[in-house]
Design a protein around this ligand. Structure first.
Ligand SMILES: Nc1ncnc2c1ncn2[C@@H]1O[C@H](COP(=O)(O)OP(=O)(O)OP(=O)(O)O)[C@@H](O)[C@H]1O
Length: 300
């Protein structure tokens, strides 16, 4: 596993690719590809053999009735829970990783370094301020507080939260808190962001604003978005929707051939190295913290 996740400075530098546009003509090399995924809880088949390929720069919505397996699929793709069977290939900047074959510790590291998460609730630390919540994502990867807060400040500003940096999460509206969560998901440079019902607790206007911010993950920052949602309006704004029923995907599981929303170009200065250093893992001494941006970025 340590061979597969980039740890040297050279690998990290190579990983610092510029923003990618969305997937014109489809991506022959999906960033995530699941084959034959199964997951059973007792007698319940949550996933009954799922194949799904997600192209770089896609915004994929996963829809389906309650209990159809959406969250289980997202959790397997993101390395939160291991599938009972099947394969999940993550094409990271430093090479391909078989997520299903990783140990718990390795999955934890992969989540921290390669993936970002925006869930309906519960992932922000209520006792901390907006800027502390965002900076924390970098600090657990070994970045110093001052530098982490500097980056967090830039991302919060990009997401329209200037002036609210010192508010605790409870002092923010639901939509503002979700934008903090989006900033936190983006700040590490994670190439793939997973969102589970990110607008579930919001009114339709706020939901639309949060979706605007979420889709910028793809259009402005060239990342890939996988979003579980019950909201057809949210799904309609993604580049592709896959429908689940009884633990299976009912659609063709290939990346979309249509491009996503036009590349807006803003925010490219935020694209930094893609993986964060993990002090707890056996990274070599030359491993550079992922989120350490180029000097001009640090001026923000
Ligand atoms: N940790 C668990 N223990 C036992 N059963 C589980 C667990 N997680 C999920 N399940 C079951 O697996 C099935 C799929 O659950 P999952 O949460 O993936 O569905 P979902 O489509 O996301 O549902 P919802 O839209 O209601 O969130 C359900 O029958 C659920 O009860």
């Amino acid at each position: 596993m340590s061979d597969q996740i980039p740890t040297s400075f050279a690998e990290r530098a190579a990983a610092a690719a510029p923003n990618r546009p969305s997937v014109p003509g489809g991506d022959p090399h999906p960033v995530l590809a699941a084959y034959g995924l199964s997951k059973t809880y007792g007698q319940t088949v949550a996933l009954g053999g799922v194949d799904l390929a997600i192209g770089r720069g896609e915004a994929v919505a996963i829809m389906g009735a309650s209990g159809s397996g959406k969250t289980t699929l997202l959790h397997c793709l993101a390395g939160i829970v291991p599938p009972d069977a099947g394969s999940i290939r993550f094409a990271g900047p430093g090479g391909s990783v078989e997520v299903a074959g990783l140990s718990e510790r390795e999955r934890s590291r992969l989540r921290r370094e390669a993936f970002g998460f925006v869930f309906q609730q519960g992932l922000l630390v209520p006792e901390l301020t907006a800027i502390e919540n965002v900076a924390l994502a970098l600090m657990v990867g070994g970045v110093g507080r001052r530098e982490a807060e500097q980056h967090a400040l830039g991302w919060l500003a990009d997401l329209g939260l200037s002036g609210l940096e010192q508010r605790r999460i409870g002092q923010l509206s639901g939509g503002q808190a979700q934008r903090v969560a989006i900033a936190r998901a983006l700040v590490t440079g994670a190439p793939v962001i997973f969102a589970d019902e990110p607008t579930g607790a919001l009114d339709s206007h706020t939901s639309s604003e949060v979706m605007d911010a979420l889709l910028r993950i793809v259009t402005d920052y060239g990342r890939t978005l996988v979003v579980v949602t019950h909201d057809a309006d949210v799904a309609a704004r993604c580049t592709r929707t896959v429908h689940m029923s009884d633990g299976r995907i009912m659609d063709a599981a290939l990346p979309a051939s249509a491009p996503a929303a036009p590349h807006r170009g803003a925010g490219s200065h935020h694209t930094g190295p893609q993986f964060g250093a993990d002090p707890a893992a056996s990274a070599p001494a030359d491993a550079a913290p992922a989120a350490v941006a180029r000097p001009e970025e640090a001026q923000r």
